[in-house]
Design a protein around this ligand. Structure first.
Ligand SMILES: [Mg+2]
Length: 165
């Protein structure tokens, strides 16, 4: 079993001071449930400010996602970050691409993600610091459930309306 080196509630809880203390100047970031709700085009609250404060502290960030380019590219563009899509975590390939783009040593790089089997295992196997965050979606799942129930009700009444006509 491979455990994370550190864990935080949200990415925004990872301070530049902590990173500097650990010698981390390059941060690879998972997207879904780490920076945003899964498949959601907007970053979670505070993420943009957090990225700005990292940059001000000389910490570079990049997106490393297993999701497809159509999801990752517009999201990365919105945040003004370089990205690696189809990252195939936990395999090393995506981590290696990321590190080469950064042009850094493994010891200066960390991966932040919400999944043990992909993000954390991948980071540990590849040999960079592994930082676990709690998946964002868990807190928001009630919202999606409600939304789906409402959508279902609306669809049903819409179909019934259609049959009446
Ligand atoms: Mg994720």
């Amino acid at each position: 079993m491979l455990y994370p080196d550190d864990s935080f509630h949200r990415v925004t809880d990872i301070g530049a001071g902590y990173l500097r203390e650990k010698g981390i100047a390059y941060l690879a970031l998972d997207v879904d449930n780490t920076l945003a709700i899964s498949e959601h085009p907007a970053p979670a609250d505070g993420v943009e400010d957090w990225l700005r404060s990292l940059a001000e502290n000389g910490i570079q960030a990049m997106i490393l996602s297993n999701n497809r380019p159509e999801r990752v590219k517009p999201f990365a563009k919105r945040l003004g970050l370089p990205y690696v899509a189809n990252g195939m975590k936990p395999l090393g390939r995506g981590f290696e691409r990321c590190r080469r783009l950064f042009g850094c040593q493994k010891s200066e790089m960390a991966l932040v993600g919400d999944q043990l089997l992909t993000d954390i295992w991948g980071a540990r196997w590849y040999g960079v610091r592994a930082i676990l965050v709690e998946p964002i979606e868990l807190e928001d799942v009630w919202y999606f459930r409600c939304k789906r129930i409402i959508e279902r009700i609306l669809m049903r009444s819409w179909k019934q309306e259609g049959q009446k006509r």
